[in-house]
Design a protein around this ligand. Structure first.
Ligand SMILES: O=P(O)(O)OC[C@H]1O[C@@H](O)[C@H](O)[C@@H]1O
Length: 271
């Protein structure tokens, strides 16, 4: 989905699959503001082509724009791994060619995204929302733990201070996506603690179910999940009906709504 100044653009598709772009709708949405804010809420690769059409059209009308990327597509393909191509590099280079005045990325998977995107800054809802989640779960920083499922997550949230922490050591087969093992590194003082798993993205939720299982084996009484992004596939996974994860806190960077109470979708401002 592409938005300009909060207005979601509607695109039609020609019978052969090409996109019909409505220039008047773009100019109408753009006219309301002096500084245009384009939002890319990635749903499929077609959104990248639509983004290009919109930006080039704005350029032709001498209208400038900033870009907010709610989830950076290909951000997990941030290196060459076996035969899997470093596609983030190409996706970022495509966005750079569009020449937005500034680019804001929500919860990038790694620093590689920010290194590749020109004029970019990141925003981390997992960190912004942590205080609220702590209040809602009656989390006690003296006794309870934050859990980062892997070294990438621990690095991403290194600036979160003042909490007892546990870290997972996860081995995943990059080709199949299967998690081969997840061990918890660190000791707990006593059982009966709460744990908040903090990470960037939940897909089918395998990482978090396994994390919750390990944490409950270590004596966790309740396990909560706070993730910046949640793919729609979470509703097809086991999290909704599993007792291992007690509640999920996430945002609308990928979801439009949550049909189940257990997955609490919080709306991010400025989108
Ligand atoms: O286990 P699922 O939900 O499929 O995938 C989510 C995990 O995979 C990683 O890329 C994310 O950072 C997160 O740790």
């Amino acid at each position: 989905m592409i938005k300009i100044n909060e207005v979601a653009l509607d695109f039609q598709t020609f019978p052969n699959g090409e996109t019909r772009v409505d220039g008047e709708a773009i100019l109408q949405a753009a006219a309301a503001e002096t500084r245009n804010r384009v939002v890319l809420k990635y749903e499929s690769d077609g959104d990248l082509i639509k983004l290009m059409f919109v930006k080039r059209f704005l350029d032709d009308h001498r209208l400038t724009a900033s870009l907010l990327i709610t989830y950076m597509p290909y951000s997990r393909m941030d290196r060459v791994e076996g035969s899997s191509v470093f596609t983030l590099k190409y996706a970022a280079s495509f966005i750079n060619t569009l020449g937005f005045e500034e680019v804001t990325v929500i919860e990038p998977h790694s620093d590689v995204t920010m290194a590749l995107l020109d004029r970019s800054t990141a925003r981390y809802p997992s960190v912004e929302l942590l205080e609220q989640v702590i209040r809602e779960t009656n989390f006690n920083a003296e006794e309870d733990y934050l859990f980062f499922p892997d070294a990438g997550a621990q690095k991403r949230y290194a600036k979160v201070k003042g909490f007892k922490q546990l870290v997972g050591f996860k081995v995943r087969d990059f080709q199949t996506g299967q998690i081969q093992k997840l061990d918890v590194v660190g000791e707990v003082a006593k059982p009966g603690f709460k744990a908040i798993i903090v990470d960037d993205l939940c897909s089918y939720g395998g990482t978090f179910l396994l994390s919750a299982e390990r944490l409950k084996e270590l004596g966790a009484s309740e396990v909560f999940l706070l993730v910046g992004h949640c793919e729609k596939s979470v509703f097809q996974g086991k999290i909704p009906n599993s007792g291992l994860v007690d509640r999920v806190y996430t945002t609308d960077t990928m979801l439009d709504e949550s049909p189940i109470d257990k997955i609490q979708m919080m709306k991010l401002g400025g989108m």
